[in-house]
Design a protein around this ligand. Structure first.
Ligand code: ATP
Ligand code: ATP
Ligand code: MG
Ligand code: MG
Length: 835
């Protein structure tokens, strides 16, 4: 088999509204070998990947896919399921995919499957191709073009491949804190985008966006973070506020440490001034020798060492978010419980066999490691790792309870005494953190520390959520929820209104009209179009910006509170839309253009691509469709939200579907011929609302430029469906012009020297035909109309000839001009075809 190409669809696309990876495969001779004809294939595959038994596939129940293999399905389809399964095996849960044969190319398939992480998804596809290939009989084996997928390894056995894949997945996966926040954001329908290779995440869009990095947010103050990182300064501020903290001293030598301990009174604690994860911390030091040893330990982690009073009791973590205590965990240091026969080392090994224990922060718990600190801590009680504790005896292995050194956590959220909670809330506020992890030591969290003794050891910025999300004991707490409530209050989804415009002709003009209306309505608009990206009217990027990359620029822009996006065919085919859903979309028309490019051969294919845009309209949104074009009218069946049609036809000439739609109370906007000129009329709820005269819109040249009337109807419909007041829309349309400065090449008119000159970008037969109306009108007033006509070289010969033929009917004199960019044609060919 041969890998033809790969694509990553990051938004809704031709095959699905879900992001998917597409691998185009040419099965070649394997087209003659469905699974049922390859002896033992299905058995070999399911033996390697037994979870394939769970795949429902078209039967929608476990075993469905295996049944399909028994009945006979093609290997592209198998690769799809294997790619999905491999991702699941490395912890990236996905389930959807589809495989479609490519029209007119027997044996060629588009294999599509969902992904969580693009890199892992691609690597899984690559491995899937290799794995399926390795299970084929010798004479059918062989892969061409494997590197089309991604540059990864080559594997003949599953184990090695899976190991590499899970290593890759581990580098790409998020930590538990970030993962919980992403999960909660997705649950709330807030858009999520990863901004870097680690954990910087963008939530929401435009002006409503917020960023997070693990549990630090856009609201986390840098000053507060710095204060929290300085334990001594934190204690100073909390002490000044009357909060309970262990008094202490900063020391630089062992002698100073001993003096400090004597001043404070034993027992004491030694720790580095700016340490973390409990490194170098030693508690309950009762003698001079202990303090000297503790000083040296702390010194390894920082130049300055704190000696402070020891608070007796258990270690608690109080999580304060947005001024509220949202979770409390009691943290228990790593320990083992004896059975009377096993050594401490054997008991540790046993504890580490718990599948919940992994390396670092990625799993629920972390394995206990025997290091110098453990050995020393045991030595204090006269033990070694070889000692055998009595049955039922608990042996603590470390002084501190950090999860990352093997500690466990017990949820105590419901037990915290209100006085302790108040102390924690004030501490977070005094340090100035929106999200703070307060380390609180006391004998019993349900008793006030004013009575039991104890207090705040430390305030942590960016605290981990792991111990609250999945405590070892007690109720798990969804602490991600209050973070998102703080960032996006009142159920906000962090979205800005998104307007998407597609069609063969008129996209840029309509987008500019809508941009103008929204600006009039007070919005800071981000606009993408074929001439560039504009932020609040300023061009910030130049060039063809009608694809998803430019759209993403706008959606990420912090100043933007409405996005108007021109969505051209090329970008939709290349990587899908830049957004998962939009509020209002318009499909202006579908006409012959770009046919024969990128697998789009018929006008129906083209309509299917453009339909993706209106299908992405959210529930409660609007799809604006051209009722005069059969292809756009037909999109009503799959379009999202409610439908509003626009038409240039007088009501008397409406097709039945339109009359019926309006009779049912549906919405449409039309041009109506009156005694003098034309009116624009909005039909809705069985009422006809006179909106304005066509001639009041300068861009229509008194209604002569019919295509701009159509574009104006679409723009007005989009704005009206978004509930912009009609007065605002009217005022904006009266002002909108098509000067060369505003929209170069879109119906720019210059009168002078006894000539009227029109510069227009009509670049396909339909566009030129539309311009023809205007040329016809000009004939009535002018003696002679000279046309200079060109078209792009990558269009089909028939389309280029059609341009020539149309021009012949319009102008008195024609100059055929070729583009500077020939797009693959020999000089002179395009002009010759038109001629
Ligand atoms: P982390 O990164 O987990 O916050 P850290 O390196 O910042 O750790 P501390 O929080 O200062 O270190 O100390 C670690 C643990 O040591 C505390 O959670 C607590 O269990 C214990 N501890 C520290 N200081 C004292 C004290 N004065 N009295 C009692 N126990 C203490
Ligand atoms: P592109 O595909 O190049 O981005 P576009 O869809 O953005 O084009 P515009 O730039 O708005 O379209 O218009 C290009 C030309 O197409 C205009 O100058 C005009 O000649 C013609 N045109 C504009 N609107 C329409 C329409 N609604 N129907 C037919 N032709 C139109
Ligand atoms: Mg701490
Ligand atoms: Mg355009």
């Amino acid at each position: 088999m041969k890998v033809v190409s790969t694509k990553v669809y990051r938004g809704p696309h031709l095959y699905s509204e879900l992001p998917m990876i597409q691998i185009q495969l040419d099965l070649g001779a394997l087209e003659q070998w469905p699974t049922s004809s390859i002896v033992g294939f299905s058995d070999r595959l399911t033996a390697l990947l037994p979870n394939l038994w769970e795949h429902g596939c078209s039967y929608g129940e476990p075993g469905g896919f295996v049944r399909r293999m028994a009945e006979g399905t093609w290997l592209g389809h198998v690769i799809e399921h294997v790619a999905i399964e491999l991702q699941c095996l490395v912890g990236m849960k996905v389930s959807r995919g589809k495989t479609r044969s490519v029209k007119g190319q027997p044996g060629v398939y588009n294999v599509l499957y969902c992904y969580v992480d693009e890199t892992v998804g691609l690597a899984a596809g690559r491995l899937a191709v290799q794995l399926v290939n390795s299970l084929l009989p010798e004479h059918l084996r062989g892969i061409d073009g494997l590197d089309e997928i991604t540059d990864g390894g080559e594997f003949t056995d599953l184990a090695a491949g899976l190991k590499a894949l899970s290593e890759l997945a581990a580098t790409r996966a998020f930590g538990p804190t970030t993962a919980s926040l992403i999960h909660e954001a997705e649950r709330r329908h807030i858009p999520v985008q990863r901004l870097d290779d680690s954990s910087l995440i963008l939530l929401g869009q435009g002006k409503s966006q917020k960023r997070i990095r693990a549990s630090c947010t856009d609201l986390t103050s840098e000053v507060a973070t710095e204060i929290a990182a300085d334990k001594d300064l934190t204690k100073l501020l909390l002490d000044q506020a009357g909060l309970p903290v262990p008094t202490g001293k900063l020391v630089r030598s062992a002698d100073e440490a001993v003096r400090a301990a004597e001043d404070l009174g034993y027992p004491v604690v030694t720790k580095p001034l700016d340490g973390n994860h409990g490194r170098g911390v030693n508690i309950d030091l009762k003698t001079e020798a202990d303090v000297r040893w503790g000083f040296e330990q702390a010194r390894e982690h920082g130049r300055i060492v704190i000696v402070e009073r020891y608070f007796a009791g258990a270690d608690h973590r109080i999580l304060v978010i947005g001024g509220q205590v949202v979770a409390v965990a009691k943290r228990v240091p790593a320990h083992v419980v004896g059975d009377g026969v096993s050594s401490i080392r054997a008991l540790i090994d046993e504890v580490n066999r718990d599948p919940r224990r992994g390396e670092g922060h990625s799993s629920v718990l972390t394995r206990i490691e025997v290091d110098e600190c453990v050995e020393h801590f045991l030595a204090i009680s006269g033990l070694t790792v070889g000692s055998i504790p009595a049955a039922g005896e608990t042996v603590m292995l470390r002084p501190t309870a950090n999860l990352s050194t093997g500690g466990t956590a017990i949820d105590r959220t419901d037990e915290i005494h209100p006085e302790n909670a108040l102390i924690a809330r004030r501490a977070a506020q005094i340090v100035g953190l929106d999200i703070a992890g307060i380390d609180f030591v006391c004998p019993d969290i349900s008793q006030p520390v004013s009575r039991t003794g104890g207090g705040i050891i430390e305030v942590n910025a960016g605290p981990g959520f792991r111990m609250h999300l999945e405590p070892f004991q007690g109720r798990p707490r969804n602490v991600a929820r209050p973070v998102l409530e703080m960032l996006f209050p009142e159920g906000s989804t962090g979205r800005i209104p998104v307007f998407a415009i597609t069609g063969t002709n008129g996209k840029s003009t309509t987008a500019r009209m809508l941009n103008h209306i929204l600006k009039e309505a007070g919005c800071t608009v981000g606009l993408t179009s074929t001439t560039g990206v504009y932020l609040d009217g300023q061009r910030v990027m130049t060039g063809d910006c009608s694809g998803p990359r430019s759209a993403r620029v706008v959606l990420r822009e912090p100043s933007v509170d409405a996005a108007v996006l021109e969505c051209a065919r090329g970008g939709i085919l290349r990587e899908g839309l830049a957004f998962d859903e939009c509020d209002v979309a318009a499909c202006l028309n579908v006409a012959e253009d770009h046919l024969g490019l990128k697998g789009i051969d018929t006008i129906e294919d083209l309509a299917a691509v453009k339909s993706v845009v209106v299908e992405s309209v959210r529930r409660g949104g609007w799809s604006i469709l051209n009722a005069d074009n059969e292809h756009t009218a037909a999109m009503a069946e799959h379009a999202g939200g409610q439908i509003c049609y626009f038409t240039l036809k007088d009501q008397e000439e409406w097709p039945d579907f339109l009359s019926e739609h309006v009779a049912r109370g549906g919405r449409a906007i039309s041009r109506q011929r009156m005694a003098e000129g034309w009116d624009i009329v909005i039909h809705e709820d069985n009422e006809a609302i006179y909106f304005m005269k066509v001639s009041e819109i300068p861009a229509t040249l008194d209604g002569w430029a019919e295509f701009n009337v159509a574009n104006a109807l679409a723009a007005v419909a989009m704005a009206h469906c978004h509930r912009i007041p009609l007065n605002t829309i009217r005022a904006a349309m009266r002002e909108f012009t098509t000067s060369f400065e505003d929209s170069p090449g879109r119906l720019n008119i210059h009168d002078g020297h006894g000539f009227r000159t029109i510069l227009d970008y009509a670049h396909n037969p339909d566009g030129l035909r539309a311009l023809g109306h205007l040329v016809g009108k000009m004939r009535e007033r002018h003696q002679r109309v000279i046309g200079m006509v060109g078209t792009a070289g990558d269009r089909r010969d028939v389309d280029i000839r059609a341009m020539g033929e149309l021009a012949a009917g319009l102008f008195d004199v024609i100059v055929f001009k070729e583009d500077d960019m020939l797009r693959g044609r020999e000089p002179g060919t395009v002009a010759a075809l038109m001629q």
